[in-house]
Design a protein around this ligand. Sequence first.
Ligand code: IFG
Length: 530
Amino acid sequence: MRVPRRALAALLVLAAVPATASCTAAHGADDPRPAGAGPAALAPYGRILPAPVSAHAAGPGYAFGPGTVVRTGTTDDEEVRKVGELLAEQLRGPSGLPVPVVDGAEGDGIRLRIDEGTEGAGAEGYRLESGPDGVTLTARTPAGLFHAGQTLRQLLPVSGPGTVPGGTVTDAPRFAYRGAMVDVARHFFTVEQVKRYVDQLAQYKVNTLHLHLTDDQGWRLAIDSWPKLAQYGGGSEVGGGPGGYWTKDQYRDLVAYAGERYVDVVPEIDMPGHVNAAQASYAELNCDGKARERYTGIKVGFSSLCVGKERTYEFIDQVLGELAELTPGPYLHIGGDEAHSTPAADYAAFMDRAQEAVAKHGKTVIAWHQLATAHPAPGAVLQYWGHDRTAAPEKAAVAAAAKAGHPLILSPADRLYLDMKYDATTKPGLAWAGFVPVRRAYDWDPGTYLAGVPESEILGVEAPLWTETIATRPDLEYMAFPRVLGLAELGWSPPAARDWTAYSRRLAAQAPRLDSQDVNYHRAPDVPWR
Ligand code: IFG
């Protein structure tokens, strides 16, 4: 009886994989060392991060070399062509090869295809098939093709030409919202510095950048109707440095750059607390009619907009209106945290009107979870930043809000706050939520994290990076990497792939790539770096 070729090929692959490993995690398929001999090099399909739904090495691969072209197919879909151009650009750099982009779907090379029928791909997933004549990336959407391209990058050597091993990856994300936040208010960062973070995040399929634009220490985005907010309120920062701000054109440029990498920008104007920079810029925003001094310390909770003044609501309406025009994505974040100087009843009344303003400008609210103590508007999303020591009633109020139809973004401070020190030796960072080593940031399950909150009520996860103590790109990268790769896995990979030992090996295998990109990551002792 002749064994069909495909079945034989499948048998060969399975035979090569240790009995314990499933096809999903085909890492170690050709592991040359006896089990337990320490972390040997992972096979290419076994070191994709975030771990895909399924990856199978099989058959001969594709020689990526001087003749390689990217084919964006016959579709006249301009967006597909842009994905192809960006992928080609991302491949040219490390390989030094020309990698031209050509029309015409047929022929050798890297082929990008939109196929509505791509099994199980959803809005962001894809299929990748590699064989002797090339690599075919198939997805239902351009976003899926972009993500397929990021996986392809990891199947190639970090630099130079190489072979994409033969095989297939089928993949789709677990959560829709996979975010990272940068606080540009405590310390100012330039658009170029944030673009670099976007490049690194998009490489690991993170799809949301939350920008904390305003706080007590700085207002970082120009607002036409209130020009002194940025001109004066942006003129300092924690520690008394010069601060800075982004013009609208600079902000538009960042939003477009992120969008090309399928990263949505969620801008945050924190209110009614965390508003000293605004109240230093305009006396009329203070109940006593006196402008505040600019603040360069790191205390929180001392400022509050004047809830009883109508001018306050004109202010937030005009600011949110201008921000909505700059925001292609669905969300505006209105903060709502640490309003310790706003009486509870005033806070609720204020947040009612702030949420009306967001809806009036056609956007959906995201707010820190304290909004659950007031009246979250229909569809408002709550961002939970509690931790293991958060009181049970507070957790219960968040769970109740989730049950009442408010999706949650999980940002546990003692898991995902990237400004938390790794350990006592970490120079930058804070420690109010405890130390967060790499394993602690990864080794938890968002699907079961909050009692009474099923996975269906979890929109996703986000890792905030607050910058009270972080003022430079090297420090930002040191705190964010490698922990933000854990965020990427938690947000994307199937629950079955969540295993610290396996993940730590995938993470270690990213070191050559991070080194080649000059990322200043923390070589944490709990990761088996080579
Ligand atoms: N909590 C404050 C942040 C920042 C943070 C530093 C939130 C929502 C502590 N609010 O986190 O402004 O100061 O770790």
